[in-house]
Design a protein around this ligand. Sequence first.
Ligand SMILES: *Cc1c(COP(=O)(O)O)cnc(C)c1O
Length: 405
Amino acid sequence: MTINDIIDLEHQYVLGTYARAPFVLDHGQGCWVYDTDGNAYLDCVAGIAVNALGHADPALIAALTDQANALWHVSNLYHTAPHARLARKLCETSFADRVFFCNSGAEANEGAFKFARKWATDHYGPQKHAIVAFTGAFHGRTFGALAATPREKYQAPFRPLLPGVRIAPFNDLAGTAAVMDDDVCAVVVEPVQGEGGVHPVDPDFLHGLRDLCDQHNALLIFDEIQCGLGRTGALWAHQGYGVTPDLLTAAKPLAGGLPMGAVLMTARVADVMHPGDHGSTFAGSPLVSAVAEAVLARVTEPAFLADVAAKGAYLRERLEEINSPHITEVRGRGLMVGVELDLPAADAVNAGYRHGLLLVAAGAHTLRLVPPLVITRAEIDLLIERLSAVLTAVERPVNWGKQGN
Ligand SMILES: *Cc1c(COP(=O)(O)O)cnc(C)c1O
């Protein structure tokens, strides 16, 4: 099949919810992916902050194939060792006492919202059910998560949304205090907003949220689906802020590219959940759990995390050196970096393809750099070189958004 055959098949048979890049990817290695014509792309997207260990990592392949030969799936009717060991690892490396596994980020947030409502209902009654989320937040596309994702394009066609979700201004404590009341059961926040444009939370704001939650007997949920698991140079993005949540949701990189989500929680939340209260057929299968164990083994190593922090600092330093008139701001934490442009980020993404660079936008004018955490300094240098060329190319009055013939 030619590239056009494949793209035509997709257009004919796959629901058109994605605008895909104009080539067909075939295989990957480390921070590189290759299309069916053999073109190489330096991957600064990592499957949207998913492939933390890059592509074709030998330890992940070994974990996957070993477990594939033993047992893939049995449902949550049965015990399996990888599931149990992974839960222990997540608790031992976080604030949490218990874990609930699921299959995606949105599903993790749905779980966290349900656990918070159950906790509040059991302790205070059903009137305490409001959930506070923030402007610029992204928590997923399912109905509960969507209600906490205040973007008109995402929400408008699907109303009515889950009732009881209130939106407060991000990084504005007074504005948030104004919507807090004793009917709030949970506040959900991303320590670094991802889809919203790579905006780190202010430390004072995070402390203030903890205080507001304590004053109103509400639970604090950190959505670390994108910023967690080493991305910021800390295992959990909130570490170092001196603020502890009651629940935390993780997903994207958790199983290195296989679908997995998790809700981490303290014992006081876990204690309200009993057999039959929530569940998920595929969740925490031995196959996916075994791969996640291999991911965790690596990303929890202090030396690995220190390296991510150092490479993140190096990346931002090198970005500042680009000195393009199109870059108006560089922000972020670790290897989660937003580059604010004075031109449409989509133009830079499209031009990137011609320069062997996979880039992704976060909002209309922000490029989001979330490469595999195993990117090397030499690859960062190459990224800078190619991004500079991209920013020079998009200056020219050429229609870079279209494929040439
Ligand atoms: C991607 C993302 C989600 C949703 O995850 P899915 O696996 O796509 O459902 C939720 N929250 C944040 C912060 C995310 O980045």
